[in-house]
Write a protein that binds this ligand. Structure first.
Ligand SMILES: *Cc1c(COP(=O)(O)O)cnc(C)c1O
Length: 360
């Protein structure tokens, strides 16, 4: 690994991403609707497509019209569902890119009908209070769903990683709401990654995994575990010896009490390495954990390598696998006081992305 890296880089294991998708599909027993919103959780939608398309998913899920248009530019012909409510002025673009909107409130369904209509999925709110029609109001839109029947209907769980009964309760509300429609939409879906892990074989027609594909599971007791996908690395670009009383980084939050050796990594918060890891996180150098020293700065991060053998040019692993040791996304996110979703979607475009193989 020596001298192979000039700056921070995220290495994405597309083979692992693909195997994670296959493992979800096996467990759920129904076609996937993989969520590749936010540029595949920050890892690159084009590459994620290469890995996932061989699994023959039913379609793909995105959050914005622009993300959907990008998939079309990349040659995706499968359905692309946009999972955020849209304003009327976006509907023309939705139609011309042949995207599938998710609608809930009567005004949204009317607007889609007057824009010319087309396939849409009914978004039913069973507890998120974020998007979609509240489950108890679904019977009020019967007439609209008769005029323009939805291809699908779905809900979203708020606590799928918890074993607290809420997932089952939300599913009961979803079932009840769907039963109040004049006819059953062809494609019903509810499960995100954690729900697939929890429930096994799906009662519905599609599942919508996201984070698991990208290497983050829902706890060590979950029935299926993903393979790690993200490896964030940065080179050591300088090393210095400090004497007792010397200070490190902004605000001099670290003043060493005895002689120490400090290495500088070419990565900072402008690369998406969270500043909240200041004095809290660790990185792997060789197989050894080295603590972050002082405040993470915009472009550089210092680590304490007093007891770690290393030299300039060595590559540190900030997330992922180094030899036999893995610094998981969950562990780093926990140190940073963030969710794993926030951590991986926050890796910025300045970080070079490289990909290793997937079966095609
Ligand atoms: C992001 C998202 C998912 C995927 O959730 P994960 O927890 O990442 O598996 C599923 N459904 C909807 C509506 C989403 O917005």
């Amino acid at each position: 690994m020596k001298h192979s890296l000039a700056r921070a880089r995220v290495e994405i294991d597309l083979g692992a991403l693909q195997r994670n998708g296959a493992s979800l599909a096996r467990r759920a027993g129904v076609p996937l609707l993989p969520m590749i919103k936010a540029d595949a959780y920050g890892l690159g939608a084009a590459a994620a497509l290469r890995a996932l398309d061989v699994l023959e998913p039913w379609g793909y899920g995105v959050a914005t019209v622009a993300e959907g248009e990008e998939l079309r530019h990349l040659g995706v012909t499968r359905p692309v569902v946009v999972f955020t409510p849209l304003l009327d002025q976006e509907l023309t673009r939705v139609r011309s890119a042949r995207l599938t909107p998710t609608l809930g409130f009567p005004a949204e369904i009317e607007a889609w009908r007057s824009a010319g209509g087309g396939a849409w999925h009914l978004s039913i709110d069973t507890g998120m209070s974020r998007a979609g029609i509240p489950w108890r109001q679904v019977s009020e839109i019967r007439h609209l769903t008769e005029l323009l029947p939805p291809e699908g209907a779905f809900t979203h769980f708020h606590s799928a990683e918890l074993d607290d009964g809420t997932l089952e309760a939300q599913e009961r509300l979803f079932r009840e709401a769907v039963a109040s429609l004049p006819s059953r939409p062809r494609l019903l879906h509810a499960a995100n990654s954690a729900a697939i892990a929890r429930q096994g074989r799906s009662d519905w027609d599609l599942v919508r995994p996201g984070i698991f594909l990208y290497g983050v599971g829902s706890g060590s007791s979950a029935a299926i575990q993903p393979e790690p996908v993200v490896n964030l690395r940065a080179p050591i670009v300088e090393i210095r010896d400090l004497q007792a009383g010397d200070t490190v980084s902004y605000d001099a939050t670290l003043r060493v009490e005895r002689a120490a050796r400090i290495a500088t990594l070419a990565i900072g918060y402008a690369d998406g390495y969270p500043r909240s890891l200041s004095e809290r996180g660790s990185v792997l150098v060789g197989g050894t954990l080295a603590p972050i020293a002082g405040t993470v700065t915009m472009d550089m991060t210092m680590i304490d390598v007093t007891t770690v053998r290393c030299e300039v040019g060595d590559v540190a692993t900030l997330i992922g696998r180094a030899g036999d040791t893995v610094l998981t996304v969950e562990r780093v996110a926990d140190d940073a006081g963030m969710s794993p979703y926030e951590l991986i979607t926050g890796l910025r475009s300045r970080v070079e992305r490289t990909y290793t193989g997937a079966r095609s």
